[in-house]
Design a protein around this ligand. Structure first.
Ligand code: ARG
Length: 571
């Protein structure tokens, strides 16, 4: 048995089979508010084959369909070029409420992905540098997608592919040996590493020999020389410790930490060998490349530089092959900013040429996030530190909450501020279509009456408190006592949750869920203004409406959970 709406659609499809497979591709749409129908099927695409006008076609279809007594569909009728479907409201309502009540927070769980694995590559900050806002976006988006795919029944492997290898670490080791300060490294590792790295770069402009030193030291790293490696290892450990603080605050965990450094040697050799065997490589002034011009890509992949060291692209290819061998994924997703789109086109093309095109390789790209300039404290120079952003969000949330609800104890307020502040950051990121740039605006993010995490969290708290106050024993949901059209509309919206999750997964688009939750919350607020709950006309209605309210709470909570956002019980 499927969820109510999926079941209703399946029943319609079954009736459409009377016409053979012809109508299979016609969509079953959710008509906009104001249209009197529960689902609508546009028949325009059939006009050509049937040589008839859409209204005639719609009529022929509607008349031929016939609905079994025990089903969820009451009737169909033609309306212009559409066939409109109407549900049996009583039965449909009972089904929706029972779906939500039986599954609880698991409502919406599907098994579409059973026996399939999705590998997600996200966050991936670069060691020895502060985590950037781009990495924050990657972390938030990647974590949401992992949760969304799990909800659809996929196994997921979340990988933090640390940027811990490359020429820059040759430069950094050299720079630290020259100018590093041990005590400063202990006190604030990333700051000190950044300092010597910046110094190296400044001096490099006048002193060309430095660039060569960087290469020499990177070659030492790739050859495994202990002096260089020991330093690098320390930089890495210290950086991870800093990153973990941020992940802990964001509530993010990875299944695997596996950085670039794991893929430069044996794994890269394998990539190079396989590419050569496929005959897709060429030599270019001592370097080994995969030319890609004939596939419309303007630059080749650099597989091995003339000094024998590996490139970012080679390591990515090596990591890709390792992931195939290890996890046998159906899809591999990379949550990385738009600025690397070209690289991923190159990498995916190379993988295809090497014979690995059978897997879905997806660049889950996203735009820039602009942080607020004004009041952001930039404690350390002009880098905005993510920790400061998180602190500030929590502090601001605390102030808003104090104003709204002075009755909370300081402990409660601190906890709510954390949940709201972190939630606000995540929601403001996830509610926009990810390819676009996001402007970070405190007031909007924290507005209790706008499209924001606090608005959704507040709606959840409100639903819960209605029920708490009511203190009535619930009766079994009684479809016959459904009366207000708003009830039916809200139940239909609740019924859409499972397919919204599927839509989000199909497009790798968490904003589909964010936007759905926002409209659910708005619809609920409208419902609650118009439709009496505790003062409804009969006991059956009070009980019904409380169960609808409970269902709204459950869906908001479980939807926010998919976005990695927590809810408070009071606020
Ligand atoms: N560390 C890289 C950066 O900060 C991101 C890595 C993304 N993942 C990948 N497989 N290339 O730009």
């Amino acid at each position: 048995m499927d969820y109510a709406l999926l079941e209703a659609k399946a029943q319609i499809r079954r009736q459409l089979e009377a016409f053979g497979p012809e109508l299979n591709d016609l969509a079953l749409e959710h008509p906009p508010k104001g249209i009197n129908a529960d689902l609508a099927m546009p028949v325009f695409p059939m006009a050509k084959a049937w040589r008839k006008g859409p209204p005639v076609i719609a009529k022929e279809i509607a008349e031929k369909l016939d609905w079994p007594e025990e089903g969820l569909i009451e009737r169909a009728e033609a309306a212009g070029g559409y066939v409109n479907f109407h549900f049996k409201r009583e039965r449909f309502g009972e089904r929706v409420v029972s779906d939500v009540a039986t599954h609880g927070l698991d409502y919406g769980q599907l098994d579409r992905g059973r026996d399939h694995t999705v590998v997600l590559d996200y966050s991936a900050p670069n060691i020895a540098k502060p985590m950037s806002v781009g990495h924050l976006r990657s972390t938030i988006i990647g974590e949401a997608l992992a949760r969304i795919f799990r909800k659809l029944g996929y196994a997921t492997v979340g990988i933090n592919y640390l940027g811990d290898w490359g020429t820059q670490f040759g430069r950094l080791t050299y720079a630290f040996i020259q100018w590093g300060d041990e005590a400063a490294l202990e006190a604030d590792p990333i700051q000190e590493l950044l300092r010597v790295y910046v110094k190296f770069h400044d001096l490099m402009e006048e002193d060309e020999s430095l660039e060569e030193q960087g290469r020499v030291w990177f070659a030492k790293l790739e050859r495994g020389e202990e002096e260089a490696l020991a330093l690098w290892r320390r930089f890495r450990d210290l950086s991870i410790r800093e990153f973990e603080k941020i992940y802990r605050r964001l509530g993010v965990q990875f299944d695997v930490w596996s950085g670039e450094s794991e893929f430069y040697s044996a794994m890269s050799d394998r990539v190079i060998q396989e590419a050569q065997e496929k005959g897709i490589t060429a030599n270019d002034q001592g370097a080994l490349i995969i030319p890609l011009e004939e596939y419309g890509l303007s630059a080749p992949i650099l597989l091995r530089k003339s000094n024998e060291t590996t490139s970012y692209e080679t390591r990515d290819l090596a990591a890709a092959l390792y992931r195939l061998d290890t996890y046998h994924p159906a899809k591999v997703l990379y949550a990385v900013g738009n600025e690397q789109s070209f690289r991923f086109q190159q990498i995916f093309k190379a993988l295809e040429l090497m014979g690995y095109g059978g897997v879905e390789w997806v660049h889950v790209n996203f735009g820039f996030m602009t942080l607020p300039s004004g009041r952001m404290s930039t404690r350390k120079g002009n880098v905005v530190l993510l920790e400061d952003v998180l602190d500030e969000a929590i502090e601001r949330a605390g102030r808003v909450i104090e104003e709204k609800n002075p009755d909370l104890t300081p402990e409660e307020r601190a906890e709510v501020a954390r949940v709201v502040g972190i939630g606000a950051i995540k929601y403001s990121d996830l509610s926009q279509s990810r390819g676009k740039d996001v402007v970070f605006e405190w007031d909007r993010m924290l507005a209790f009456d706008g499209e924001s995490a606090p608005y959704l969290q507040y709606t959840y708290v409100r639903c819960r408190s209605i029920h708490r106050r009511a203190n009535v024993a619930l009766q079994p949901f009684d479809g016959a006592a459904l009366e207000a059209p708003e009830e039916h509309e809200l139940l239909k919206t609740l019924a859409r949750f499972p397919e919204i999750i599927e839509d989000a997964a199909r497009e790798y688009a968490p904003h589909t869920i964010a936007n759905y939750l926002f409209s659910l919350a708005q619809e609920f607020q409208g419902f609650y203004e118009k439709v009496p709950v505790l003062k409804a006309g009969s006991e059956a209605q009070v009980s019904n409406r409380l169960q609808i309210v409970d269902s709204v709470a459950t869906v908001i909570r479980s939807g926010l959970d998919l976005l990695g956002i927590e809810v408070p019980e009071r606020m």
